[in-house]
Design a protein around this ligand. Structure first.
Ligand code: APR
Ligand code: PHB
Length: 394
C-alpha cells in the first residue's frame, strides 16, 4: 500500500491528524494495534481548552461537542476544609473550558473518519517503522496472519507512551526527561449527578481528591493513593467513604454515590522526549510527552502538537516548503514545556508529599495561602488552566 502519511495510533492525536490532513486533501492510513471498542473503553480526562475546541471545529467534528459539552467558567479549590473559587472567565478576560469526555471526542473522530471512508487498520500487529531517515519510509504490520507494507512520505508517531515509534529511534538521538510521582490516582466513574456544578480540586489532610464530571448525570472522582495500592482492594464503598473524608460538609450533603462503571489506578508521570522529529518521522501526543493529570493538559497538548504537525505537512504538500516540518519540534516543545511546568506545579500544590517532611507541608500551605489571597496568584492558575496561547515569542 502507498500513502502520503502513515499515522501510527488511533487515539485522539492520530484520529485528529487524519481528519485535518483529509480536509487538506492529503492521504493518510492509520494503523492501530487495538480494536476500536478497546480504544473507546479507555477512560481519560475530559477538559478541553478553547484551542482544542477550535481545532475540533476546524476538523469538522465539533457538532456534538457543542451540543453536549458543558462550558465551565470556573472551578473550586477546597483547601483544608475551605472553598476558594477560581473564576477563570473573570481572571482571563472571558476564557472558559469545556467538559467533554475524551471517549466522546474519540468516538466523534472515529465516526467522521468512517463516514468519509478513510482507511484505518485496527488490530494491526507488530507494527515496525523503517527508513524514516530516507525520503521513503516504510511501515510493516501484521493483520489476519499476513504481513503488510505501507510505503509513505512521512510517519506520524501518535502511538502513545508505550508506542513503537519513539522506541524505534536509536537511543543516542533521543533525550528523555522524566519524573515519576510517589503516588497514583484512583479514579471512579459513576452514573450519578455530579456533586457540584463545577470541578472541585481538593487538598485535604488525607491527600488530594478531585470531583469531576462527564455530563449532568455522569460523575468522575479521583483519590490520591499510594502506588502500592491495588484497585481490587478498593471496593466502591471504600472509595466513597474515603472521598467523604476528604470533602467538606456542603459537598457531603450533595454527594450521590452509586455503582462504579469503571475504576482504575493511574500512576502520575512527567515525561518529555527531545526532539520530536527524526528525519521523516514525527512524534505527537503521548508518544512524545506525558503530564500528570492534575491540570488536565494531556489531551490539550496532544491537540496542539497535531495542529502544528498538520500545518507543517500541509505547507510541505501545498507550498513545497520544509520550513514547517523543520520547525515542528522546537515549536511544539516550547508549548509542551509550559504545559509540563504547570502540571508539575499544580500537582505539587495539591498533593501530599510525605517525603518532603513537615517543612514541605508548611511551604505548600504558605504557597497556597499566598496564591489564594492574591489576584495575580489566582490569575496565574486561571490562565494556565484555560490554556496558554498557541505560540510564544522566543
Ligand atoms: N502499533 C499501533 N498502535 C499502537 C502501538 C503500536 N505499536 N502502540 C500504541 N498504539 C496505539 C494505542 O493502542 C492507542 O490507541 O496508539 C494509540 C495512542 O493513543 P493515546 O494513548 O490515547 O495517545 P494520544 O492519541 O497521544 O492521546 C493523548 O490521551 O493519554 C491521554 O492524557 C493523554 O489525553 C491525552 C491523550
Ligand atoms: C477528568 O474528568 O477525568 C479530569 C478532569 C480534570 C483533571 C483531570 C481529570 O484535572
Amino acid at each position: 500500500m502507498r500513502t502520503q502519511v502513515a499515522i501510527i495510533g488511533a487515539g485522539p492525536a492520530g484520529l485528529l491528524l487524519g481528519q485535518l490532513l483529509h480536509k487538506a486533501g492529503i492521504d493518510a492510513v492509520i494503523l492501530e494495534r487495538q480494536t476500536a471498542d478497546h480504544v473507546l473503553s479507555r477512560i481519560r480526562a475530559g477538559i478541553l481548552e478553547q484551542v482544542c475546541i477550535d481545532l475540533l471545529d476546524e476538523a469538522g467534528v465539533g457538532e456534538r461537542m457543542h451540543r453536549e459539552g458543558l462550558t465551565h467558567e470556573g472551578f473550586e479549590l477546597l483547601i483544608d476544609g475551605r472553598r476558594h473559587r477560581v473564576d477563570m472567565a473573570a481572571l482571563t478576560g472571558g476564557k472558559t473550558v469545556m467538559v467533554y469526555g475524551q471517549t466522546e471526542l474519540t468516538r466523534d473522530l472515529m465516526d467522521a473518519r468512517a463516514a468519509a471512508g478513510l482507511p484505518t487498520v485496527y488490530q494491526a500487529g507488530d507494527v515496525a517503522v523503517h527508513d524514516f531517515d530516507t525520503a521513503q519510509p516504510r511501515v510493516h504490520y501484521t493483520r489476519d496472519g499476513q504481513r503488510h507494507e505501507v510505503v509513505c512520505d512521512f510517519v506520524a508517531g501518535c502511538d502513545g507512551f508505550h508506542g513503537v515509534c519513539r522506541a524505534s529511534v536509536p537511543r543516542a538521538r533521543v533525550t528523555e526527561f522524566e519524573k515519576v510521582y510517589p503516588f497514583g490516582w484512583l479514579g471512579l466513574l459513576a452514573d450519578t449527578p455530579p456533586v457540584n456544578d463545577e470541578l472541585i480540586y481538593v487538598n485535604s489532610a488525607r491527600g488530594f481528591a478531585l470531583c469531576s464530571q462527564r455530563s449532568h448525570t455522569r460523575s468522575r472522582y479521583y483519590l490520591q493513593v499510594p502506588l502500592t495500592d491495588r484497585v481490587d482492594s478498593w471496593s466502591d464503598d471504600a472509595f466513597w467513604a474515603e472521598l467523604r473524608l476528604r470533602l467538606d460538609d456542603e459537598a457531603n450533603a450533595r454527594l450521590v454515590t452509586g455503582a462504579s462503571l469503571e475504576k482504575s489506578i493511574a500512576p502520575l508521570r512527567s515525561f518529555v522526549t527531545e526532539p520530536l522529529r527524526f528525519g521523516r518521522m514525527f512524534l505527537a501526543g503521548d508518544a512524545g510527552h506525558i503530564v500528570p493529570p492534575t491540570g488536565a493538559k494531556g489531551l490539550n497538548l496532544a491537540a496542539t502538537d497535531v495542529k502544528y504537525l498538520a500545518g507543517a505537512l500541509i505547507e510541505y504538500y501545498q507550498e513545497r516548503s520544509e520550513a514547517g516540518i523543520d520547525g515542528y519540534s522546537a515549536r511544539c516543545l516550547k508549548r509542551i514545556w509550559r504545559g509540563e511546568r504547570f502540571s508539575w506545579w499544580f500537582t505539587h500544590l495539591m498533593h501530599h508529599f510525605p517525603e518532603d517532611g513537615a517543612i514541605g507541608e508548611r511551604f505548600q500551605q504558605a504557597e497556597l495561602d499566598y496564591l489564594l489571597h492574591s489576584e495575580s496568584g489566582l490569575r496565574t492558575i486561571a490562565e494556565n488552566y484555560v490554556g496558554l496561547p498557541l505560540d510564544f515569542v522566543a
